[in-house]
Ligand binder design. Structure first.
Ligand code: F6P
Length: 326
């Protein structure tokens, strides 16, 4: 028979995302309301290894719903990727009396949770916490909407100077291997093009952009580029400088400012619903699933699907940008 769950540990892991605090608050308050004990684990899985764990009351999560970042801190823990590391984490978990884990994080964090859950038969529930929106099975991830809005605010500002100087700007945004932030911020900011990894099998995206005669009717151009170790904004700007020296080109890499700031209302609501969903899932005996929202309904997505399946970008979004940027 499975051990009765009395105490739930909650942690945030990987890159922080606006709305993680709202999720911690929802998990803590719902768990306490349902009669569980809650323990906050600091610095992600690293906190499990180092025993940086504190019992939470509802007060620990007061006044945090509006704050960016994560009060639990976060980390990417190399040691947890080893069998020995996970053993230490498990021993500490048992010693602390933690019976189940809620892991708020992205792809890497949920992969860690999945391996740990399989190795030690520990009930783990994942919440999609990443600005990248790259987890399959949920329409959105916690932090994505806020970051999208932050990018659009920045692009609007860059547009002013781009127009004044009649320049092409390549603006690099985050997203790791996913182009959701680039594609949708391009649509929302009226950019002329987006260069995203999902479209890389097609013709040269720069050629397509230039080939559309982008300068004929416009006094400036904004191209949003998904970050990439080899083909980021600098790569495309250098190419334009060499291949089309008549254009005046600049680069803006938005960087970590994209991860900061107060979460949007959408992210706060999403995080709150998912946090309540996590505790409901535990009450229903679910384990090793990510809580997602699809078509406005809470869904349980097995870790393997959430992590392994590539979440596609709708072709329609690519068409929308193409049509509207003529
Ligand atoms: O996964 C979230 C993310 O912000 C990615 O978009 C980005 O590639 C990465 O984290 C940056 O990580 P770090 O903060 O460690 O530089």
């Amino acid at each position: 028979m499975k051990k009765k769950i009395e105490c739930i540990g909650v942690l945030t892991s990987g890159g922080d995302a606006p709305g993680m605090n709202a999720a911690i608050r929802a998990v803590t308050r719902t768990a306490i309301a349902e009669g569980f004990k809650v323990k906050g684990i600091y610095r992600g899985f690293e906190g499990l290894l180092r025993n940086e764990i504190q019992e939470f009351t509802t007060e620990n999560v007061s006044n945090i719903i509006q704050r960016g970042g994560t009060i639990l801190k976060t980390a990417r823990c190399k040691e947890f990727q080893t069998v020995e590391g996970r053993k230490v984490a498990y021993d500490n978990m048992v010693a602390q009396g933690i019976d189940a884990l809620v892991v708020i994080g992205g792809n890497g964090s949920l992969t860690g949770a999945r391996i740990f859950a399989e190795e030690y038969d520990v009930p783990c529930i994942g919440l999609p916490g990443t600005i990248d929106n790259d987890l399959y099975g949920t329409d959105s991830t916690i932090g994505y909407d806020t970051t999208l809005n932050t990018i659009v605010e920045c692009v609007d500002k860059i547009r002013d100077t781009a127009t004044s100087h009649e320049r092409i700007f390549f603006i690099e945004v985050m997203g790791r291997d996913a182009g959701f932030l680039a594609q949708n911020s391009a649509i929302a900011s009226g950019a002329e093009a987006a260069i995203i990894p999902e479209d890389s099998t097609n013709a040269d995206q720069l050629e397509q952009f230039i080939g559309r005669g982008i300068r004929k009717s416009k006094s400036s151009s904004i191209v949003i580029v998904s970050e990439s170790p080899k083909c980021g904004a600098m790569y495309y700007a250098d190419r334009v400088k060499q291949e089309y020296p008549e254009y005046d080109v600049r680069v803006s890499i938005l960087g970590h400012l994209q991860r900061g700031g107060s979460p949007s209302a959408s992210d706060r609501i999403l995080a709150s619903r998912l946090g309540v969903g996590a505790i409901n899932a535990i009450l229903e005996g679910q384990r090793n699933v990510m809580i997602g929202i699809r078509d406005d309904e809470i869904v349980y997505v097995p870790f393997a699907n959430a992590i392994k399946n590539n979440k596609p970008i709708k072709k329609e979004l690519i068409n929308v940008l193409g049509i509207l940027s003529i």
